[in-house]
Write a protein of this length. Sequence first.
Length: 568
Amino acid sequence: MGKIIRINMKAKSASLEEIKMEYKLLGGRALTSRIIYDEVPADCDPLGEKNKLVIAPGLLGGTAVSSASRISVGCKSPLTNGIKESNSGGLVATYLAREGIKAIIIEGQPEDDKMYVIEIEKEKVNIIPADESLKNAGTYETTERLIKKYGKDAAIMCIGPAGENKMRAASIIVTDHNGELKFCARGGTGAVMGSKGVKAIVVKNSRGSITYFDREGFLNVARRVNKELMADPKTGDAYKKYGTAQIVNAVNAIGALPTKNFRFGAFEHASNLSGEKLYERVQERKGEGKTGVPCMPGCVIQCGNIYPDKEGNKIVSNLQYETIALVGSNLGFEDLDSVAKLNKEINDLGLDTIEMGCVLGVAIDAGLAKFGDEESCLALLNEIRKNSILGRVLGNGVEITGKVLGAKRIPEAKGQGIPGYDPRALKGNGVLYATSPMGADHTAGNAFGSRNEVNPLGREKQGDLSRNLQIRMTTLDSLGFCIFARGPLFKDTSTLTDMIYYLTGEKLTIDQVWEIGINTLKIEREFNIKAGVSPYRDKLNEFFYSEALPPTGATFDVPENEVEKAII
């Protein structure tokens, strides 16, 4: 059935527990949220001793099907003050799942001020003081040193200086099979890891394997899913060439691309930030540049990239749509080179690029930097590295930054920065940001792909749309799937029930599969109610309701009774 590793950082001890029966068919977000709901007081200090950090592969993690080995991290968020799950690609989920580890629970806090490294090999756990050279080290140096020590096939999760300094916008980094960095980016999970005194977790490759109820049955379904993903023009071709940036021009066309601190929904230089331009640059510059890079073992979609400078040397991997929108058009940058340089610095600090794009936009409005000025934006990020008072304000997210600076336009929902779709021009996402237990999180039920079904500017049907999307995306998060794999999974839902059966031997109907998502959303909302987050903060920042967005002139005007339809 699987086991849970429980690590107490106060006692510097680890124990192995049998998984509870009620957790058997839970994984990823469903499991992290259930454990947080069961074990963490909703009114606790997110950076205090009573909060816990839960790490879990999805139910299908480590199996042979494409795109199902994402890792989920859950906690009470120091950014939203409610429940949080953030997930990422990389190697960790595969390694844990293949050893039958359903979850890692990190609890307590060390009584000293040291940082520690947790080593995991099969079911054996060591907690050792972090080398002094890792203190406040950036994520690139940290992963490089740990890979040198533990080997190239070690899976690493770590934090940067922002996490060590418990800044609420801090992320957790996860390495992939090439040593590139992926991110459990949102909600301040890195600050919680820092509050536990954990600089890094190293999971060694002990070459375990998945135990299937019916291996051949599972492999047959997996082959079909993988084949359908490769045959689809988007998942089989476009993502490999253009990555997630393929939607830049499309979001710009509907007037939803965040531009100059969410003043506008379209950017005249959007084509210079597009996936097509990214692909062109990689092809021209060659060298270390590359497209079609997978973020986890066995993924056939391969939406990642390595973006090079003019000499062909890597600037950053992976340059994604959300970063391009928030750090690019939102900050007035017209060239991908500038976006990539800022992306690298934010990554190294161990921060969320969405949150920091929102932060820098507010800071520019306050006169602390200039739109389209690389030097002034990098100078603000350096304040975070120095851990100055200004840096601590910025590193604690857009809501705190906006309040300290007296901003009128603070792009947030439940205290979390708005992603790369302005809710006034994509109103289904406005409903999502307001009602999701996760706050402003596009991956929790992005309505952009449904724009041909429901008018993005319409006031009707947005609630039901968001409700259905939230249920389905929460379920995918729980199974461990990347949301880009949803095509064949939703087209023939017997695919999901068959995979669960062939893996576990449990026969579920598709309604029972969706119940995984529904039940998860219910307990997440109940946690938030106990924490005082919902329904008090089930809304967007006020300027979205009153300030018209060019070029459409839209405001977020979805009726309250329509918004409430999305609440599970």
